[in-house]
Design a protein around this ligand. Structure first.
Ligand code: PLP
Length: 430
């Protein structure tokens, strides 16, 4: 198969999923259901008074952790001229980079799973009932209680930040097992919040494996398992219900003749998978989701193309899993997400690191939006889809690039990213 050859030789590829099906044919055979997502949304609403009280920066949204959408017409023009390509339809960005507390898409899934665990423990001990005003959790009584328990997670950086900050605020002991890709500033930020950071010289899969092992040895420790967790997935999926409201408020129509096309940077798969699943629940066949991965870490794509999911990793194909896009530096995909998305994903593409920097620079120039390299992976999608014309009614399409992180990047580092982008050339054969 030539696509496998192109992936192996680190070429950028665009893949249309041959198993893509109508949502109605698929939805009843999945391991997850709409009720699970509604349940997660309700839980986040229960916790809103606590979030508002513990994180004053969420006061304006009443303790709901959500990000804005924005039209980015200047970026659209810039990409069209830099790449000498046309984008059909309107271009929007979803600014998860600005999510409060954690500054990345992980503020959805990661925080949700910590809150769910905290709720379960407190209800078991009769300290809490779901009718309570959850702001009572922001108290020494609850912090003392949670200090008897540990939460652990393996991370390339951002999941550790979201889980670390939230767990530490609740009073838990927290250990974050960080892969070699994790940026120094992310480790420093966590340590400053009282989180124990354990560093590994190996990649993400190994950090997860070690963390899982250590956590299982301690009966009072809970491991948040990014490779398998349905709770993380549900936390991400809630985004779709909220996006629906935002699009309605912006008078953006989504129907049979006005497709919504969403481009999601993908690491292990939970974040983009959860969001995409939620969007399918809301919009069915009127939404089309594409994942984007670095050319050096195309694990989800290999899993989907071969149908082998987590049974294979990029190293099996001689690929090194080394990328500046730390949030996407995952060599083995989640098996649960791959299987769930098998017939729901419209397609995938890969992007090389140089292009991420170039897009970072362009977005900053044109729209004054600051993203980390991983978060730019979605931006090539509208160009490819417009060129291949693989979706109907493209002239009426709304493209949303999911900007998955960036607001916490230190200013000095952001300047370096920008300068790097300036030196590179975005234009190449696609
Ligand atoms: C984690 C992350 C992703 C991808 O999420 P996965 O659940 O790992 O697929 C994308 N972008 C950023 C910035 C991330 O931190």
């Amino acid at each position: 198969m030539s696509i496998l050859n192109n992936i192996k030789t680190l070429k950028e590829v665009f893949w249309i999923n041959p198993k893509y099906e109508s949502f109605d044919n698929v939805k009843d055979s999945l391991e997850v259901s709409k009720e699970d997502v509604l349940d997660a949304e309700k839980r986040l609403n229960r916790f809103a008074p606590y979030i508002k009280s513990a994180f004053p920066e969420t006061a304006s949204s009443d303790g709901i952790i959500e990000s804005p959408i924005a039209k980015i017409p200047n970026m659209k023009k810039r990409m069209e001229s830099d790449l000498d390509k046309k984008i059909s339809g309107e271009l929007l960005v979803k600014l998860d980079s600005n999510l409060p507390i954690a500054g990345s898409i992980k503020a959805r899934g990661g925080i949700y799973e910590v809150l769910k665990h905290a709720e379960t423990l407190a209800i078991e001990k009769d300290m809490l009932s779901i009718e309570d005003d959850y702001s009572i959790i922001n108290s020494d009584r609850f912090r003392d209680f949670y200090s008897n328990y540990t939460i652990q997670v393996g991370s390339t950086g951002n999941l550790g930040i979201s889980i670390g900050i939230m767990s530490a605020k609740l009073g838990f002991k927290v250990k974050v097992h960080m892969s070699r890709d994790a940026k120094e500033w992310k480790k420093g930020l966590l340590r400053s919040k009282g989180v124990e950071v354990i560093e590994y010289a190996s990649d993400y899969s190994k950090a997860v494996e070690e963390g899982r092992k250590l956590s299982h040895m301690n009966p009072k420790s809970y491991f948040i398992d990014d490779e398998n967790s349905k709770d993380l997935f549900m936390g991400y999926a809630v985004a779709a219900f909220r996006l629906k409201k935002q699009l309605e408020e912006a008078n953006i129509l989504v129907d049979e003749k006005h497709p919504l096309i969403v481009y999601l940077p993908c690491g292990v798969g939970g974040g983009p998978g959860g969001v995409a699943y939620g969007l399918k629940l809301v919009y069915g066949d009127n939404v089309h989701c594409f994942f984007a991965e670095p050319t050096h870490s195309p694990s989800m794509l290999l899993g989907l193309v071969t149908g082998l999911h987590s049974e294979i990793c990029v190293q099996d194909f001689g690929i090194d899993n080394k990328t500046e896009a730390d949030g996407l530096a995952v060599g083995r995909p989640s098996s649960f997400v791959g299987k769930t998305m098998e017939k729901l994903l419209a397609g995938e593409y890969t992007i090389d690191d140089e292009r991420l920097y170039k897009l970072l620079q362009a977005l900053l120039d044109e729209e004054q939006i600051y993203l980390e390299p991983s978060a730019l992976a979605g931006f090539m999608g509208p160009v490819y889809v417009s060129e291949k014309e693989c979706i109907d009614h493209l002239e009426n399409a709304t493209h949303i690039c999911w900007a998955t992180g960036g607001s916490l990047v230190p200013k000095k580092l952001m300047e370096k990213y920008y300068e790097k982008g300036k030196m590179l050339n975005i234009k190449r054969a696609i």
